[in-house]
Design a protein around this ligand. Structure first.
Ligand code: SF4
Length: 257
């Protein structure tokens, strides 16, 4: 049996090299960082998880699970006039949601043969469009907007990473042979800090969330060229140069000078 190729990159390894979507995002943000992590195996400081966001993800999935594969969808979608979108049922669905060990069999992954990279991740949800029979990739997001009347949009610059995540998930599912729509949806929970309601009860506190369902048309054209660039970087003889405009780089230079 072939051993899996993950962690530190080993040129010429017989198994495809496992790269999660977050590692690909690291490459897009900074090839130097990516090279240090994947090739030189430099350990970067860990970032603590966002547990409240994780909780909303779990609760949303639990609610949608009740309608998975059913003839009638969740009342939220009916209320939105989107009764044709039904949580998709598939024997491997639970495995697709698991980002840890995404490289194992029946996960949300695919091998890009020309680069021998195994690309994947863990998705939040998939809904079946009963009008078109296509699948829509769904990403749950949580926030709490600081301004009362601001609508949630996908325009903020940092949300480019969210879009790339969706692009990649759609691309992976297409490679797996599913008929996936190029329209994905971000389902946003916005912790309501403005409406007049009692937060604290006698034993529990209950926060209300405003919900928004934002459609996004994916762009998968960047993915293959990026995978070729990733492969070239991994096989490169040395770490790419630091980005001269990177503020962390400026910081490091000052510390070391
Ligand atoms: S300091 Fe900046 S340019 Fe250098 S590796 Fe880190 S993020 Fe990249």
């Amino acid at each position: 049996m072939m051993t899996r190729h993950r962690g530190q990159y080993k040129p010429g390894h017989e198994s495809p090299y496992e790269l999660s979507r977050s590692r690909i995002e690291n490459f897009v943000r900074c090839p130097a960082c990516f090279y240090m992590q994947q090739v030189l195996k430099i350990e970067f400081p860990s970032i603590p998880g966002f547990n409240i966001n994780e909780a909303t993800d779990i609760l949303l999935k639990r609610d949608f699970d009740k309608y998975r594969g059913q003839s009638e969808t969740h009342p939220f979608l009916i209320h939105m006039g989107m009764e044709h979108l039904v949580p998709f049922e598939h024997e491997h669905f639970e495995l697709w949601t698991q980002s840890l060990h995404f490289g194992a069999t029946n996960r949300m992954n695919t091998v890009h043969e020309p680069t021998h990279l195994l690309v994947g991740g863990g998705l939040d949800d998939v809904w079946l469009n009963t009008k078109t029979n296509q699948l829509h990739i769904i990403d749950y997001k949580s926030t709490s907007q600081k301004s009362r009347d601001k609508e949630i949009t996908l325009e903020d610059p940092w949300k480019a990473a969210y879009k790339r995540q969706m692009d990649l998930y759609v691309w992976v599912m297409l490679q797996k042979g599913f008929d996936v729509s190029d329209e994905g949806y971000f389902l946003y929970c916005d912790g309501d800090r403005f409406s007049d309601y009692d937060f604290l009860g006698t034993q529990n506190a209950v926060m209300k969330f405003k919900m928004s369902l934002l459609p996004y048309t994916v762009d998968t054209t960047w993915i293959e060229p990026t995978l070729f660039d990733v492969k070239e970087c991994l096989d490169g003889p040395r770490c790419p140069d630091h980005d001269p405009d990177c503020e962390h780089g400026h910081f490091l230079k000052q510390v070391l000078s």
